[in-house]
Design a protein around this ligand. Structure first.
Ligand code: NAI
Ligand code: MG
Length: 350
């Protein structure tokens, strides 16, 4: 029996509704593969922020530093500024644990209607740089409230930071379709993006079997809609990767389906797995959230922990229920969270 200790951070809104299905599936699939999970749950959330003035305790990071992985639902709630939930919880975890790869697979699934007319064999992965780039604290505002008010925000790109994430993307492409598309904007952003392009070219030379393309972010966004089946691995900076992965999730049919992994590839620290969607205050508490994004994220966790077969089994069950026509309202179906979860559990014999 292999056992793992998982830190659970359900967070806010539907975050608390999609993690129990993920736990149930992990336990069921784990049982068939000799894997046991022990969970420690943390109430870090906007609710905690409103009650105690902080998203997590001062020693929060230390409390989860030695877990094997972190599974997160979603954080954010009306009345708490989004930058509080982001900078008070998600970004400290991503940065302190050097989770510099944000991995977001995108597939058009059987049973999930894509808003695109001819979405065929869409199957690609967005690799987003996750700890530097445009999301920096460097900058400031001057002359507040005056006609000459100004704001400056610096983007930070380092040789080490760019090279390691692009290296990850190329290595990933070698296990898939041998194709990397780099998101750039070196025609308009004249310092950081040419640097990005140069570093991508250096990495590409080390992977001669992989076809390397680069596209300006605007043209790339258009191509994601017009020809989504032409991509294999897309690598982008923090901002570009963030935007592209939400766009890609929409192309695939619903934000409720999309998973994400925040990886520390060196495994010095736990990696974090979370659905792409937020806390969905509009449907929270109604029991109708789609848990697939969380289930898929749990499958990515199994994969990261070294159990690709268990991961594939979990995914096959989740996708199989969809293909059988069992889906939640966001996908046009009539199942609630429990109903869809039950159908997936049945498929793994639980
Ligand atoms: P959202 O993803 O929570 O919701 C967008 C729309 O998609 C809503 O209509 C919602 O009902 C629907 N939706 C999302 N997930 C769904 C699911 N699993 N099943 C069915 N429908 C689903 O994005 P929104 O409304 O922009 O943000 C709400 C809060 O969540 C904000 O406070 C935001 O900051 C936070 N947020 C947190 C994220 C995280 O924890 N990583 C990511 C995105 C947003
Ligand atoms: Mg986003």
């Amino acid at each position: 029996m292999t056992s793992y200790r998982i830190a659970l951070i359900p967070g806010d809104g539907i975050g608390t509704e999609v993690l129990p299905p993920a736990q149930a599936l992990l336990d069921a699939v784990g049982k068939r593969h000799g894997i046991a999970f022990a969970y420690d749950s943390f109430d870090w959330s906007c609710e905690r922020y409103l009650a105690e003035g902080a998203m997590m305790p001062d020693d929060g990071l230390d409390r989860i530093r030695h877990h094997d992985a972190v599974l997160l639902g979603a954080v954010g709630w009306p009345g708490v500024p989004d930058h509080v939930s982001l900078w008070g919880l998600l970004i400290p975890i991503r940065r302190s644990f050097q989770q510099y790869v944000n991995l977001r697979p995108v597939k058009v699934l059987d049973g999930v209607p894509s808003p695109l007319r001819d979405a065929g064999a869409v199957d690609f992965v967005v690799v987003r740089e996750n700890v530097e780039g445009e999301y920096s604290e460097i900058g400031g505002r001057l002359g507040r409230g005056t006609p000459d008010e100004l704001a400056v925000q610096e983007a930070v790109f380092t040789r080490k930071g760019v090279t390691r994430v692009v290296e990850y993307a190329y290595a990933l492409a070698e296990t898939r379709g041998q194709h990397v598309t780099s998101a750039t904007k070196s025609n308009g952003i004249v310092h950081t993006m040419p640097f990005w392009d140069e570093l991508v070219a250096e990495v590409a030379r080390r992977h001669p079997a992989v076809r390397g393309d680069k596209e300006h972010i605007d043209a790339l966004a258009a191509k994601l809609v017009l020809a989504p089946e032409s991509f294999d691995v897309i690598v982008g900076s923090n901002l570009f990767g963030d935007i592209l992965s939400d766009l890609a999730a929409a192309v695939a049919g619903s934000i409720g389906v999309a998973p994400a992994a925040n990886l520390n590839p060196e495994r010095e620290f736990p990696s974090m797995f979370e659905p792409v969607h937020g806390s969905a205050p509009d449907i929270a508490g109604q029991g109708k959230a789609n848990p697939l994004g969380a289930l898929w994220s749990a499958a990515m966790m199994l994969d990261h922990l070294g159990h690709p077969e268990a991961s594939a089994e979990l995914l096959a069950a989740a996708f199989g229920a969809l293909a059988d026509g069992i889906s939640t309202a966001d996908l046009g179906g009539s199942a609630d969270t429990d109903g869809y979860t039950r159908a997936v559990l049945d498929r793994v014999g639980a």
